[in-house]
Design a protein around this ligand. Structure first.
Ligand SMILES: CCCCCCCC/C=C\CCCCCCCC(=O)N[C@@H](CC(N)=O)C(=O)O
Ligand SMILES: [Zn+2]
Ligand SMILES: [Zn+2]
Length: 522
């Protein structure tokens, strides 16, 4: 081959490679554009195809409106605070038991309802269905609340249930007495109106969810396991209807939690010989530990946005964004790394991007002139679905990178399994239908619960666990959760009662609508 023909061949090769590259890029662009124009994962079930049921209408008259609100306010006024596993307000929990019996006399006296108190303060209700072939489901909520101090800046005392501008203020109004009272109020009204279910269901009300549910939820699960119960699905607290919370989204979104993040609570400690503060070593136990904690804060866990089920959230919502965001959300396969960088800027959205690292406790020292022998810090991590507890522990160890810092796992578990949310998913579709019937303006999408719930103890009883209540969150409301000025509007509480009233009846359907019903009878 001459030098000239070799040069020509190289030129030809470069041309072919460039042309192929151009084709690949063009292909990607076309694929992405086509997806933008066609991708609407919500265009699935037609509500018109649902089996006709003779649901009892959920009308609420003025007397009931006042009654349900009075019951709810009474519930908020009882300070059922959990501080630690051994610090529960047991007096308040007993008082709450009395309130439930007084507020819902029909539930507690009906021959259709079986009730038992579990672990002294939790409640388990069983309402058998007329069709024994239908697998029962379970509704969960919790009675206890986190502590609240008026001096932190509450506009009304946190256990006053004071009404301000149509809102009831108080600890527990959105976490989670709205569901406790909403579920039982709905059942009370259903029973009064002569309802008897076709599909049986359980109601579990835990008393120590805020301190992990080791007594309440875990013992309810034990009772159910002894009875050999299996559940079609479980619905617990968790996500909500977000209205104006997701930037760029047109209309409100009802996010149904199909999983929840894992947890690692790690204790870091440094020990040193104590001594007189006039002869300090170059590095104190506090200094060494502070360095370790700082390294953890400065080196966040890797971005994993788009690698877990949060991808499904945005794909379901994509058609409700305007261009160019619609294009971005429809093509998460391409844009999730970019989106992750934007979302990590805000704490509430960063929670969906990675395993979060929070230093929650730091203790050391007993006197100003004594060198502290011990310094300890607690790190609370919420594990992204695409990571495991083991991976997170290894990363903490390498980031701390100091053998003088002892590491101890106090509590931890992997992210929870992902529940089904396709067109054949009974629980998801029933919840979705109930939401859409009541709030036609919302878009329903699967979501990830960034905190943990009692439902995590139910994984042996149900394959499908959902975390949702139609509590409406507007900008700033997420900060009321465990924060100050927790509140719910009177209208929204009433909507919750109606939601559970309809949901219970909607579960009586035998099959999901055709054409997807074949083979999915529950
Ligand atoms: C797509 C971006 C939207 C961003 C909006 C975020 C909205 C988040 C709203 C509420 C927070 C979710 C809280 C879920 C329930 C957590 C329950 C809880 O606090 N559990 C405790 C106790 C326990 N059981 O472990 C916890 O520490 O997690
Ligand atoms: Zn809660
Ligand atoms: Zn809570």
């Amino acid at each position: 081959m001459t030098e000239r023909s070799a040069k020509l061949n190289i030129l030809k090769f470069v041309k072919i490679v460039s042309f192929s590259l151009l084709l690949v890029i063009l292909g990607f662009f076309v694929a992405a554009t086509v997806r933008t124009l066609t991708f609407d994962v919500n265009a699935g079930l037609q509500l018109a195809h649902w089996e006709k049921t003779n649901n009892i209408a959920s009308d609420i008259n003025q007397h009931q409106r006042e009654e349900l609100l009075a019951n709810f306010r009474d519930a908020i006024r009882i300070p059922t605070v959990s501080t630690t596993e051994t610090q529960l307000n047991t007096t308040a929990l007993r008082e709450f038991d009395g309130l439930l019996r007084k507020a819902f006399p029909t539930v507690f006296s009906s021959h259709l309802v079986q009730h038992e108190v579990v672990a002294n303060y939790s409640h388990l209700f069983w309402v058998p269905g007329s069709d024994l072939a239908l697998v029962p489901y379970m509704l969960l909520a919790h009675i206890d609340v986190v502590p609240a101090e008026e001096r932190d800046g509450w506009e009304a005392p946190p256990f006053s249930a004071k009404e301000i501008n149509g809102f009831i203020y108080g600890r527990g109004t959105i976490d989670n007495k709205q569901s406790v009272m909403g579920i039982l109020q709905a059942l009370e009204y259903l029973l009064i109106r002569g309802y008897s279910p076709r599909r049986g269901f359980f109601i579990g009300l835990g008393h120590d969810e805020e301190v992990s549910g080791f007594q309440g939820a875990m013992n309810i699960v034990r009772v159910l396991k002894k009875k050999g119960v299996q559940l079609a699905f479980v619905l617990d607290e968790g996500l909500a209807v977000l209205d104006g919370v997701i930037s760029g989204l047109e209309g409100p979104a009802a996010l149904i939690g199909i999983s929840e993040k894992g947890l690692a609570t790690v204790k870091l400690s440094v020990s040193k010989a104590p001594g007189h503060s006039s002869m300090p070593p170059r590095e104190s136990s506090i200094g060494i530990l502070a360095g370790a904690v700082k390294r953890l804060e400065e080196n966040p866990m890797p971005r994993l946005f788009g690698e877990g089920p949060e991808r499904g959230t945005f794909e379901h919502l994509a058609h409700k964004f305007r261009l160019p965001l619609k294009f971005v959300m429809s093509n998460m396969w391409l844009f999730s790394p970019l989106l992750g960088r934007v979302m990590e800027r805000r704490p509430d959205t960063n929670a969906f991007v990675r395993t979060t690292t929070a230093i929650t406790m730091f203790n050391s020292g007993v006197k100003v002139n004594i060198l502290p022998s011990q310094a300890e810090a607690y790190v609370n991590l919420r594990i992204h679905s695409a990571q495991s507890l083991q991976e997170v522990l290894e990363l903490i160890q390498s980031t701390v990178g100091d053998e003088r810092v002892k590491m101890e796992l106090v509590d931890g578990f992997d992210p929870l399994p992902v529940s089904s949310y396709d067109e054949t998913s009974f629980g998801f579709q029933i919840i979705k239908k109930t939401v859409l019937d009541q709030f036609p303006q919302v878009t329903v999408a699967p979501g990830i619960c960034i905190g943990n719930t009692d439902s995590r103890h139910y994984t042996d009883l149900a394959k499908d666990i959902y975390r949702f209540a139609p509590t409406w969150f507007r900008p700033g409301d997420a900060q009321r959760f465990h924060g100050i000025n927790e509140r719910i509007s009177k209208k929204n509480y009433e909507e919750l009662v109606v939601f559970y009233f309809n949901l219970i009846q909607n579960c009586d359907i035998k099959d999901l609508p055709s054409p997807h019903s074949a083979g999915h009878e529950l």
